[in-house]
Design a protein around this ligand. Structure first.
Ligand SMILES: Nc1ncnc2c1ncn2[C@@H]1O[C@H](COP(=O)(O)OP(=O)(O)OP(=O)(O)O)[C@@H](O)[C@H]1O
Length: 332
């Protein structure tokens, strides 16, 4: 019997790569073994609804989008036999990058053809779900501001971070980590299932997605002038070695504040009330991953780099694979 695979495409994710997906599915999917359906999301939350309805009918639901779409689809599939697959067409693609899923659409579809399944942990944050990284503090503050901003894209993001960093004040939190309680002013607290936020920026370099543990990274209040060294330590994956930080692994964390906790779940802004409980649900989601012998393409590192750069318009002398927004990218 053929595997039944539903593709859910978020038409507004990232910079438009998802427009090539329908055509690439037609040319790349193993039609002899896989039966395909394709649907487009029409509003935020739609992917979750469609994935819930797909549980009894499909073996795999593919999130075509970024971490927000992956979160919606994955949260509907927890503790079911239906697996999540990812075609990363978002802006950060943190979970896909962590799982080594190729950023090129046709190569991500080839991964689905192999049907290799890995079980991963998921996080419950109060009654919501996080698959990748959840946070409270400065990164959540930025995700709330960014969601309201018209000027999106990496440049707008960097400008927003610089402006907000100058004004941001650490808050005091009461934290209980697996029963040990303390209170401290923190700049940012991250609960990591995978190691990275996205774009290969690793906030919890030691995190493992199938170890039954949450990596808790607390960046304590620090002097203003120390911001650049924090940034460098995040970029060079040594944030867990800074003197201002606490990094630990845990299963259950309770965090309280006198004010409403502004958080983000996999990059999406949320309000968590004055108390949030973050719990691990070990190996609760089936995900399609590249098999160990999946052929690494020598162009993959270039694709990673390309995703981080702004679009390069009208430069016909560049190889096709390096031109942003090229409609033919999927078939290269
Ligand atoms: N048709 C739609 N119209 C408006 N919003 C949508 C639609 N479909 C999905 N969404 C919402 O779009 C938001 C952003 O999607 P997503 O996170 O997948 O892309 P991204 O932000 O570009 O990538 P990343 O999270 O990796 O940075 C999500 O909150 C999702 O719920």
């Amino acid at each position: 019997m053929k595997n039944r695979v539903l593709f859910l495409i978020n038409p507004i994710s990232g910079i438009g790569k998802q427009k090539t997906v329908e055509q690439a599915v037609e040319s790349e999917i193993a039609h002899d073994r896989i039966e395909v359906e394709i649907a487009y999301t029409e509003y935020a939350g739609h992917a979750r609804e469609l994935a819930q309805k797909a549980i009894d009918k499909f073996d795999v639901v593919v999130a075509v989008g970024g971490d927000g779409t992956v979160n919606e689809v994955g949260s509907a599939l927890i503790n079911t036999t239906t697996a999540l697959a990812i075609i990363p067409t978002g802006s950060g693609n943190g979970l896909a990058r962590y799982l080594d899923i190729p950023l090129k659409v046709n190569r991500a579809i080839q991964v689905i053809n192999h049907m290799e399944i890995k079980k991963i942990d998921t996080l419950k944050v109060n009654d919501q779900v996080s698959l990748n990284v959840t946070g409270i503090g400065f990164d959540a503050h930025i995700s709330h501001k960014f969601a309201k901003q018209k000027n999106r894209g990496p440049a707008g993001y960097v400008k927003l971070i610089a402006l907000e960093y100058a004004k941001y004040k650490a808050s005091v939190y009461r934290i209980s980590i697996d029963g040990k309680t303390f209170e401290l002013p923190a700049f940012m607290i991250t609960f990591a299932n995978s190691s990275q936020w996205g774009n290969n920026i690793h906030i919890a370099p030691q995190a493992k997605i199938d170890d039954g543990l949450i990596d808790v990274c607390i960046i304590k209040e620090f002097p203003f002038y120390d911001g650049p060294s924090l940034l460098i330590s995040i970029l060079d994956q040594s944030v867990d070695q800074r003197r201002y930080d606490v990094v630990t692994k845990a299963k259950d964390i309770i965090i309280e504040s006198d004010n409403t906790l502004l958080g983000h779940l996999d990059g999406e802004p949320v309000e968590l009330g004055k108390k949030a409980e973050i719990r691990i649900h070990p190996l609760s989601l089936r995900v399609i991953v590249p098999p160990a012998d999946f052929r690494k393409n020598f162009l993959d590192p270039l694709m990673e780099l390309k995703e981080l750069l702004p679009p390069i318009p009208n430069m016909p002398h560049l190889p096709k694979s390096l031109r942003q927004g090229n409609k033919n990218n999927a078939s290269e």
